[in-house]
Ligand binder design. Structure first.
Ligand SMILES: Nc1nc2c(c(=O)[nH]1)N[C@H]1C(S)=C(S)[C@@H](COP(=O)(O)O)O[C@H]1N2
Ligand SMILES: [Mo]
Length: 196
């Protein structure tokens, strides 16, 4: 008797996990708009600047003294590759925002090297975003944003700024690098918000 494998098998049905127009990849493509910066963790810092001008900063050691989370998420690039079940380690933005007082609704992420991308503050809250410094159990490779990158897996991957330096809070939303160059302002992969 042939055995028919129905739904509910152990195998994950990848077709159901892919947002529209995406294909599955097993490797990890590198997409960078410029050269990979060489950042020593001794010089590294992460900052959050609020609309009132307050600046909160964390050194590499201070970041690692915070609660560290392991997260497994699917990631989706606007160039149509998706990678399922990627393993990251980092600090939740919820933890970093605990000591930040702000009324602003928007964030501009700034990377070492000058890349920027904009995101509403609520997309960084409630367990949706991390400062990630390990991928697949290893220190994050420089080409993938090491020593640390923003990880916002529910949005297209251009929002996950590599070589993250800091976040600037703003009352109004301004477009970042790709958003000024034709990418969608928000970038929800399930709604296929690729371009503007
Ligand atoms: N600083 C910086 N961050 C960046 C980019 C970049 O060019 N510079 N590219 C973005 C884009 S378009 C994508 S798809 C992902 C790619 O991440 P990866 O190279 O680790 O796959 O990083 C995003 N973050
Ligand atoms: Mo991308």
């Amino acid at each position: 008797m042939p055995v028919t494998r129905g739904f509910g098998g152990r195998r994950r049905d990848h077709a159901l996990d892919l947002p529209p127009g995406q294909y599955l990849t097993e490797d990890f493509p590198v997409l960078s708009a410029g050269p990979t910066p060489d950042i020593d963790t001794a010089d590294w810092e992460f900052f959050i600047r609020t609309e009132s001008g307050d600046v909160h900063t964390w050194s590499w050691e201070q970041l690692h003294a915070l609660p560290i989370e392991d997260v497994t998420r699917d990631i989706h690039c606007v160039t149509r590759w998706s990678k399922l079940g990627t393993d990251w380690r980092g600090v939740s933005l919820d933890t970093l925002f605990e000591r930040v007082e702000t009324e602003a609704d928007f964030v501009m992420a700034h990377s070492y090297g000058g890349y920027t991308t904009n995101v509403p503050l609520e997309d960084l809250q409630d367990g949706k975003a991390w400062i990630a410094f390990e991928f697949d159990g290893e220190d994050l490779e420089p080409e993938h944003g090491g020593p640390a990158r923003l990880l916002i897996p529910h949005l297209y991957f251009w929002k996950s700024a590599k070589w993250i330096h800091g976040l600037v809070m703003t009352a109004d939303e301004e477009p970042g690098f790709w958003e000024q160059n034709g990418y969608n302002n928000y970038g929800d992969p399930w709604l296929e918000q690729r371009y503007s």
